[in-house]
Design a binder for this molecule. Structure first.
Ligand code: APR
Length: 263
């Protein structure tokens, strides 16, 4: 079972970089067109242009307003279930109001016309890749819009029959509902992680889009791909902790660069 995500949630934001030159973009576009297998690893920056806050961007990131151990761990939920449940309810309301951006749509369009050549692996729980039309999305950290039981479900625990509350609970045994996301200290879904590792190992090109690279094991996919001979490209608006692993860094936003690479 892979190690659970752990990170220094408030790692300082690295310095800015010059914006990607069009020649770089064109050369990468040709490399992608010739690749048999492309893997794309995305993080919160992928959804920033849809209006979804990131976690570590200076003043706007979630972790500059909330303590991740209190809001994104089982212990934090058990200590204050209502506070954590309501924070996820707020995040669900944000997601319900936003749309996939041009970056999500460019990936989905390309994968539809190039069947079986692209694997989308995401740390995001917002479901925007799926809503854009990407198939087989590997959601490493779960899905915000789904719930699961906090304690191992008993025969009485039925997701279709919950007692209302913040959080809702099983009306028979009181088991609490929790968001079906991977919290700090929890293991990633083993089958999803294995599929993501295979995609990274088999890719000729790995695009690492909109992630600070602060959280493992997800960030480790860049090293896995690089060791397997992939051309690893970090696409970000600023420097990241994965720049040192990258074959190439393209500076710019997901919603601008991905259409330029795939449309
Ligand atoms: N286009 C591309 N990159 C962007 C954009 C954009 N429009 N806007 C922001 N970014 C970049 C930031 O520069 C930063 O490097 O997106 C990255 C977001 O980093 P984080 O906020 O750390 O998010 P992420 O890397 O996805 O966090 C990983 O940490 O808290 C946990 O489970 C949570 O999945 C999350 C994990």
């Amino acid at each position: 079972m892979p190690l659970a995500p752990s990170s220094d949630p408030l790692s300082a934001s690295p310095p800015a970089r010059p914006v990607a030159a069009s020649g770089e973009v064109q050369a990468l576009r040709q490399r992608l067109a010739a690749a048999c297998q492309i893997a794309v690893l995305t993080g919160a920056g992928m959804s920033a242009e849809s209006g979804v806050p990131t976690f570590r961007d200076d003043s706007s990131g979630y972790w500059s307003q909330f303590n991740p151990q209190e809001m994104a761990s089982e212990a934090g939920f058990r200590a204050h279930p209502q506070r954590v449940w309501n924070w996820y309810a707020h995040r669900r309301a944000v997601i319900a109001r936003v749309e996939p951006n041009a970056g999500h749509l460019a990936l989905a369009r390309w994968s539809r016309t190039h069947e079986g050549r692209m694997s989308v692996i995401t740390q995001n729980v917002d479901g925007l890749h799926q809503r854009a039309g990407s198939a087989g999305v590997l959601a490493l950290h779960g899905e915000l819009m789904r719930n699961r039981w906090l304690d191992r479900p008993r025969s009485c625990c039925d997701l279709q029959r919950v007692a209302p509350g913040e959080p809702p609970s099983c009306p028979v045994c009181g088991n609490l509902l929790r968001p079906a996301v991977v919290w700090f200290g929890e293991a990633l879904p083993a089958s999803v992680w294995q599929a993501a590792e295979q995609a990274a190992q088999g890719a000729e090109v790995l695009l690492v889009v909109g992630t600070s690279g602060a959280v493992y094991p997800a960030a480790g996919l860049a090293q896995i791909a690089r060791r397997s001979g992939a051309h690893v490209v970090v696409i970000n608006t600023q420097a990241t902790e994965l720049d040192a692993v990258a074959s190439q860094c393209l500076t710019g936003s997901a919603a601008r660069l991905l259409p330029a690479l795939f449309d």
